[in-house]
Write a protein that binds this ligand. Structure first.
Ligand SMILES: *Cc1c(COP(=O)(O)O)cnc(C)c1O
Length: 373
């Protein structure tokens, strides 16, 4: 079979989505499924829709186009503020976009008005992540600009946490965000769209509060796709962490030791060990490298130790039983490995169906603080 390839179990993505949608519904929070890590892969997006997301969101217009070309007609929101050079496409392909710049909002309004439509705007508020967002003190004036701009409808507000700054939202920040939402609505009328409180990193906050305030939506990617909390990589109780696997083929298997390397006069400096301490084991090379994925974001299969990687080779050490040239190894991926491999056009994406017995494994997952219910 083609290698390297990503195997995707859509039933696990559907399960993860359904579980999060159900748990958040109790708190009055809907889920927008974020497809950017899988580059808007239509079947994966559809699995999110089947799991009950209210809509989809992506950061890149090319990914949104891919969703649309595949016939996905649900609401799709651009979660990265639009590029001035892509305004036409944003108005054509997206129901709404998150915005933080007046100039961009004006351009969106121009294009929408000319084509006789309305483009929906959610204002992104800077709540401390220090990535994108309008400073809280400036939200009202930009909201006024939206209301006055032809072709624009101000439909909601959003905050983002733990992307650049890595800090989780806390009760005080979420309350401050709700206060801003109340204030803007007080001045410019009720939002017809969502008040989007954040991403996967917000899930623990919901578990610890009765007061979700104005937040009625989360934009969730990683927790659906990988079943983990993005900040610590811990499994979220009841979710699958293995919906995706990366499969690579073995292209060389040899026993090598530093003694051999030294014999050829090119021993590495003493502080670098190219061979693991236990140099009796066989080393295998996989046809996979840094150009394909974030190799440090791979979880090795049992009995396998990562030794190193270059652009096209990854060297691992295997305890017995040995593998042979032509055999395959399967790896789990973290978010960084996943998003890079999904953006690699040489990697084949294969949708797989699990044997029926496997779907029960999720019931055994250890319970964590992230259960939410
Ligand atoms: C990527 C992104 C998300 C989704 O984040 P996850 O951690 O994958 O849930 C949500 N909102 C914005 C603005 C993003 O850029």
């Amino acid at each position: 079979m083609t290698s390297p390839r990503v195997e995707v179990d859509l039933s696990k993505i559907r399960h993860n989505t359904k579980t999060l949608v159900r748990r958040l519904k109790v708190h009055g929070i809907s889920v927008t499924g974020v497809t950017k890590a899988v580059c808007g892969h239509p079947a994966i997006a559809q699995a999110m829709l089947d799991g009950g997301v209210a809509g989809l969101a992506d950061a890149r217009i090319a990914n949104v186009r891919r969703l649309r070309l595949a016939g996905i007609t649900c609401p799709v929101t651009l979660i990265r503020t639009p590029l001035l050079s892509q305004i036409d496409d944003v108005v054509e392909l997206c129901d709404a976009s998150y915005n933080s710049e007046s100039e961009v909002i004006a351009a969106l309004g121009d294009v929408a008005a000319k084509s006789g439509t309305l483009h929906n705007i959610l204002l992104m508020v800077e709540m401390g992540d220090m990535r994108e967002g309008i400073l809280p003190g400036n939200v009202a004036s930009i909201a006024r600009h939206c209301v006055k701009t032809k072709g624009i409808a101000l439909t909601g507000l959003a905050a983002n946490f733990a992307c650049l700054g890595g800090e989780r939202p806390n009760a005080a920040k979420m309350a401050a965000f709700s206060t801003i939402a109340d204030k803007i609505e007080g001045q410019y009328g009720p939002f017809s769209g969502v008040v989007s409180g954040g991403n996967s990193a917000c899930l623990p906050w919901v578990a610890t509060t009765e007061e979700t305030g104005r937040t009625n939506d989360f934009r969730i990617g990683e927790a659906i796709l990988l079943g983990v909390d993005p900040l610590n990589g811990e499994q979220i109780g009841g979710l699958f962490t293995d919906a995706f696997s990366l499969v690579a083929e073995v292209i060389e298997v040899k026993v090598k030791s530093e003694t051999i390397v030294a014999a050829f006069g090119s021993a590495p400096p003493p502080n670098i060990r190219l061979v693991a301490d236990n140099d009796c084991c066989s080393r295998s090379i996989l046809a996979l490298g840094r150009q394909d994925t974030d190799v440090l974001g791979l979880t090795m299969p049992s009995g396998t130790t990562y030794l190193g990687a270059t652009s096209d080779h990854m060297v691992v050490q295997r305890a017995k039983p040995e593998i042979v040239v032509g055999s395959e190894l399967k790896f789990q991926m973290n978010y960084s490995a996943l998003m890079r491999v999904m953006a690699n056009s040489d990697v084949v994406i294969k949708l797989v169906k699990p044997p029926a017995s496997k779907t029960r494994r999720v019931a055994k997952t250890k319970k964590t603080h992230l259960d939410l219910v």
